[in-house]
Design a protein around this ligand. Structure first.
Ligand SMILES: NC(=O)c1ccc[n+]([C@@H]2O[C@H](COP(=O)([O-])OP(=O)(O)OC[C@H]3O[C@@H](n4cnc5c(N)ncnc54)[C@H](OP(=O)(O)O)[C@@H]3O)[C@@H](O)[C@H]2O)c1
Length: 364
């Protein structure tokens, strides 16, 4: 069983993908956490030390395995789950419920709609039952959906006497996003403009970002008439290279979308994305002010109105590096709070404020 009083808290990391690699490093470097197990799906990763898989200089002694029974038999307080969720919904819920029933709390980035579990009642109910059986707590977050569209706008709105609308826009250049297999295919980058991009099928945008809109509505005590979605794609003006691969002239090089919470017939709570592969694509599309390149714009309109821009920058100077690290650390920094919480499925609205306790100014 989880022991929230214990320090360091013992953590099993599930997956070593983009977010998972950052999580392993974050756990190993965190003074209040200890890496005790590592799940990897890929055959070639089996038996390898976490350090080798995740770019740490010193071996951790923790070796990757796909033996779920062995991992769940470990004495651990929490699992940090970051396996690909959107392409394997049923398997992800099976994994998560099994882990929760085994007595291990879970912090999670997969299946992004779980950032606000009330948005997906069937999935929430299955997870809640597993939490009750295991006496465990389940929390999902990330950068966007997640942090950019929940704690940040809600913190801003806490100074208002009236809120008319909230708009959160991710303005990110994805050309340095090293994920052609998922993000590239899902958004349809480098494909013809009429390619049936999975993300842009009816209901998918709402499925991904509607959770953010509903969380804001519930937090503000607002009833939504409906949640609408819209999108637009733009072609590459010429062929160019990105870390996602070669983008041929005329294929998709920009995706803009909005998920709109409608109140009194108007979009009042909006989660928007403007994702270019080059800054000259979509000159009329929303962007950050001044020389800022990529990040988040948050507009809370009311009394007072508040406008905020956030520019994430990784150690290598890149915004996508920062976004993935931020996604991983948002849930890792939540582990002590989640382990101390009463059992059940929780969201940001249920947890006390947590921050980067124990890791301020520490360099290793
Ligand atoms: N809210 C946010 O801001 C945010 C941001 C980024 C990502 N996410 C979410 O977090 C999750 C992970 O994202 P990511 O960028 O790290 O993805 P990723 O780089 O594609 O990594 C996913 C990992 O899942 C594991 N995996 C793949 N197929 C599997 C299978 N059949 N069974 C079990 N494991 C499998 C693989 O790792 P191993 O071989 O090492 O197991 C793979 O590397 C996704 O669901 C994504 O949507 C959320």
């Amino acid at each position: 069983m989880a022991n929230p009083e214990r320090r360091p808290l013992r953590v099993i990391q599930w997956s070593t993908g983009n977010a998972g690699k950052n999580a392993v490093r974050g756990i190993v470097r965190h003074p209040d956490l200890e890496l005790v197990g590592l799940h990897a799906h890929a055959k070639e990763k089996q038996g390898k030390d976490a350090a080798e898989l995740c770019g740490l200089s010193r071996p951790t002694g923790v070796r990757a395995t796909d033996d779920v029974d062995a991992l769940l038999a470990l004495d651990a307080d929490s699992v940090c789950y970051m396996a690909q969720g959107e392409t394997r919904i049923r398997e992800t819920i099976d994994d998560l419920t099994r882990i929760l029933r085994s007595g291990k709390n879970v912090v999670n980035t997969s299946l992004v709609s779980l950032c606000y579990p009330a948005f997906s009642p069937k999935l929430r109910d299955a997870l809640q039952k597993a939490c009750e059986e295991g006496g465990t707590t389940f929390f999902t977050s990330g950068f966007d959906p997640g942090w950019s569209g929940d704690v940040i706008p809600l913190a801003l709105a806490s100074t208002c006497e009236r809120v008319d609308s909230i708009r959160v826009t991710e303005c990110m250049d994805y050309s340095t996003y090293e994920d052609p297999g998922f993000t590239g295919v899902f958004f349809g980058y480098g494909r013809p403009l009429d390619y049936d991009a999975p993300l842009l099928r009816t209901g998918m945008l709402k499925g991904g970002w509607g959770c953010m809109v509903l969380m804001l509505a519930d937090a503000l005590g607002v009833s939504l008439d409906e949640i609408r979605e819209e999108h637009e794609r733009l072609p590459a003006p010429e062929t160019f290279e990105t870390r996602m691969g070669k983008i041929e002239k005329g294929t998709c090089a920009g995706v803009r979308f909005e998920v709109q919470g409608i109140v009194d017939g108007k979009p009042a709570l909006v989660a928007a994305h403007v994702n270019r592969l080059r800054q000259d694509i979509g000159p009329g599309w929303e962007r950050l002010s001044g020389k800022r390149h990529s990040g988040y714009k948050i507009a809370v309109v009311g009394s007072p109105s508040l406008y905020c821009e956030i520019e994430p920058v990784g150690a290598d100077g890149d915004h996508n590096t920062a976004g993935i690290l931020g996604t991983a650390m948002r849930v890792i920094n939540a582990i002590p709070t989640v382990c101390a919480h009463a059992p059940g499925v929780v969201s940001t609205l249920d947890l006390p404020i947590f921050t980067a306790r124990g890791i301020a100014g520490r360099v290793r």
